[in-house]
Ligand binder design. Sequence first.
Ligand code: ADP
Ligand code: ADP
Length: 239
Amino acid sequence: KPLLSIKNLVKVYGKETRALNGITLDFFPGEFIVIIGPSGAGKSTFIRSINRLVDPTKGEIIFDGQHMEKLSGRKLRKERSKIGMIFQHYNLVGRTNVIKNVLHGQLSNIPLYKSLLGLYHHEDKKEAVELLKKVGLEDQIYKRADELSGGQMQRVGICRAILQRPKLLLADEPIASLDPLSANIVMQQLHTISQEKKLTCIVNLHQVDYAKKYATRIIEIKKGLVVFDGAPSQLTDSI
Ligand code: ADP
Ligand code: ADP
């Protein structure tokens, strides 16, 4: 049974920018899916439609039994809290230290006044430290996020998304701003942690080599349409 079903998804920006032209896909638990395609193909729009950072024009998004496209307010926030998100530009709070950034993802799950007072759950703090160790940041826990390198920031981003204990992890061009060495570390850690936690992960990349290295399934999007969907071994060199 799929964790996420997308049916005939269409997104039109303004009057005529058809970013998604009718996408139908099922995503199953434990898959590590990489979406590839040229710039402007609709990859980012697709991934952002899943948790409704982008509102689709038409179509269905059935996540964990809920029609995401019909939800709003509290119900939407509840479903969103089951979806972790990793961004190209990390979206960390620069002046805040690393561990608080990791705990930040949990803010939606604890009362606001507690988070303002910094009263995080003890288990959350413990797990945040464990996650930071796992990605090799145990010595940076109390550093300000804006003092880290790009690769380190993205590893904090991974920890923040994982601490949310999501069912689904979305990563929108997580390595596009990184040098090759940092990019490889980030991809490797994202892959390892997702497998360990048995998470379903959907990652946008424009680098086909990383897709082949880590994906269990590759989806290629061009002009808002799926033009390939299969195992990495089935991907021909023409791409
Ligand atoms: P990709 O992630 O594959 O580069 P995008 O989803 O970012 O593709 O973009 C798909 C198309 O939609 C492009 O033509 C892009 O210019 C357009 N687009 C993306 N976001 C917006 C927006 N907020 N407003 C208008 N057009 C947009
Ligand atoms: P990022 O991926 O780092 O968030 P992008 O460069 O993809 O940043 O896009 C930045 C913002 O501009 C996004 O909100 C995106 O939806 C919007 N955007 C992208 N392409 C267009 C476009 N052609 N017209 C209007 N807005 C766009």
